[in-house]
Design a binder for this molecule. Sequence first.
Ligand code: DTR
Ligand code: ZN
Ligand code: ZN
Length: 603
Amino acid sequence: MNTFNVSGRKLLVVAMSAALLTGFAGCEDPRWVANKVSKAIKEKNLVDHLEAMEVAAVPTPDGSSTTRAAGTEGYANSADYIKATLEANGYDVTFQPFDFRSWSEQDGTTLSVNGQALVHVRDATDDIPADYAAMSYSGGSDGALNADIAFVTPDFDFESPDYDDTDGCEAADFDGVDVTGKVAVIQRGGCTFNAKVVNAENAGAVGAIVFNQGNNDGRKAVVNGTLGSDSEAGIPAFGARYDLGKAWYDLAQSNAVAAALNIGVEDEVVVTQNLLAETKKGNPDQIVMLGAHLDSVQEGPGINDNGSGSAGILEYAIRLEKKMRQLPVNQKNKVRFAWWAAEEAGLVGSNYYTEEVLGGYYNDAQAQIMEEEGVTDPADLTAAQRELVDARYLEINPIKMYLNFDMIGSPNYVFGVMDGDLSDTKDSPDNAYPGDFEPPEGTSHIEGLFNEFFTDKDESTVPQALSKRSDYSGFADWGIAFGGLFTGAEQIKSAEEAEQFGGDVDVAYDKCYHQACDDLNNVSNKALRVNSKALAYVATFYAMSDDLYADGREDEPEQRTLLRSLSVQESSNQHSIGQKIKSASREVSDHGHFHGDFDQDRE
Ligand code: DTR
Ligand code: ZN
Ligand code: ZN
């Protein structure tokens, strides 16, 4: 302890007398310590971190805003700030570099069809709806491009037995159509946008437009999608409204229809990095991990998304370290912090980490079991042996939980807590967990502990569907208990929520979501403060618990065991944890609920 720190000494005296009054064991009570650390979180310090991040942002290529997107100087400056602040507070920081494909659309995209200039999604307003959008990872046009358009088997009679909802999904769909040197126009449906665009390109098309399917109200507006960062498409690819596709089709029955387009893109593989730090104290075999993505989108400085979460866990790291020096307590478990890169490009940084680190433990577990069982080829492992691998993986993997903080200061906030037991959100359209899939053991306990904090502070909470739209996704895939807070993004606040939390009905939780205006003015300091105190409470509680999920909460008294292997619960399944959970999430993506790259649809 620093004996020259007067306030620190005073705190120690107070803590010691509490210890004398309550007995030393009282001081080790996880709730007692959790409250101490939580109370040390101050709004002013959180706002200071946000200010530093606003300063870190650099001008966008078109000069209309600033950004901290992965791969930019703005991201590097943010990472420098986090690193320097942590180092000044007793932490060692490591960078975890990785390659990622950074794609951005340059200013000046145009598209006109039959001489009519169309409205880019960027220029749309409340009164003027968007006609078209470039797909992420689209190719560039290399200057102006003029070509006729060619329809690929469109059929607008949805009731007809001949209606094909998979236009362009197969190479053979292009057999009867001459798309060579033309812009292929294809109806949405049946497969990824990427499959349609790549098939069109292989058939000789010089551009592709996928218009919305039109078969229900949710499939009429402009298609604003992504080809995915693994796309090999090289031609310009756009999405358009349903009614435009239909009108062009009608027109094309009697006339040739021409398109003119121009799009410039920047598309390169760049190195970016996750930042990692952990407490020196605590059991390294039982790690409580917290994460927040540090990158913004390219369109703005990302102060709520996700300066807020980044600031919250940074301030917690500082206060935890200080309190553990001041208070007469022993930190039980190590606490690890991650600031992720390239979340906005499709959870790239956190997925890289989980594949490397958790995948590494999985491989170790598999090698151990193979050796013990005398198996030389992993393909020869029996179902029972795979279960041994799963159990061994959970045993040797020291990361026992992951807590995620992405957007915790939305201006029109709700206090959202991830619905770890799916008890309230199973049927929500945002639920990414299909069928009877159960999140890893502990996930529900974490939710309960967050709720305990808010209830104690007389604040309401709203259960948040497990949408996999943030960095907990990779941890969930690998069977790690997870939880987190979220104050809302582009969705609209209901009247009921406005009653619970105040704020504006029928207005987005964050009206500047993914926009240039996501700056310091776009943050509720109250939401940021309360959520940061909540995360400090929950993480410290677990940092001080020997048996992580054993301590029942007031509202849920039953005892829980530490991370039981999923395969033990679902004994008939012969796949490994990683494969099992991954295939579950892939199934979701095939049904259109996947929100990967830029939160955009893929199909
Ligand atoms: N992926 C976030 C926004 C987001 C949307 N839904 C959730 C749910 C939980 C956490 C975050 C989010 C973004 O960075 O844009
Ligand atoms: Zn975002
Ligand atoms: Zn985010």
